[in-house]
Write a protein that binds this ligand. Sequence first.
Ligand SMILES: Cc1cc2nc3c(=O)[nH]c(=O)nc-3n(C[C@H](O)[C@H](O)[C@H](O)COP(=O)(O)O)c2cc1C
Length: 161
Amino acid sequence: MILVVYYSWQGHTEKVAAALAERVGAGLAEIRPVSEVGMFRKGMMSMLGMRAPIQPVQADLADVDHLVVATPVWSRKIPPYVNEYLSRVTNGRGKPFSVLAEMGGSGGENAIAIVRKALEAKGMRFVSSATTIESDVDAGRIDRTIEEFARTIAKAPMPAV
Ligand SMILES: Cc1cc2nc3c(=O)[nH]c(=O)nc-3n(C[C@H](O)[C@H](O)[C@H](O)COP(=O)(O)O)c2cc1C
């Protein structure tokens, strides 16, 4: 089972995550904040790498063969809700993961590196990453990126049992 987990405040990451999940036949799970903090704190908490409370969401990967984390880029980093999710991940050891970063224009590689470091610290194995740009999502120009990213996920060997 491939699981695409995403957080999306304004809907762009959700669109990309849903398109990817459909393309690879994955389950889709949304990271929902307990409450959205204000704009200033969004920027600040992301910049400082902080966490913020989220509602229950699948973080136990016992039944998952490949995890995809889809996140917006905030302050060239990732939202506090995604940090919280990453800290909750269990039973990921030896399993492959991929990362998708959705952004206004810059900082995607840095955001991807943050997710990568957090999951590799849990013994997971990085497979691939992709970035999308807000204006491309709005214009419906993400098909090729999704297609190429999906191919890297489908090709990845499943974990040994
Ligand atoms: C607090 C905050 C910080 C942001 N920082 C960045 C940034 O550093 N680089 C960037 O390219 N876009 C940045 N953005 C823009 C978002 O990444 C972009 O709007 C993205 O499409 C949002 O995804 P969503 O619609 O799923 O919430 C920021 C947005 C917010 C709200």
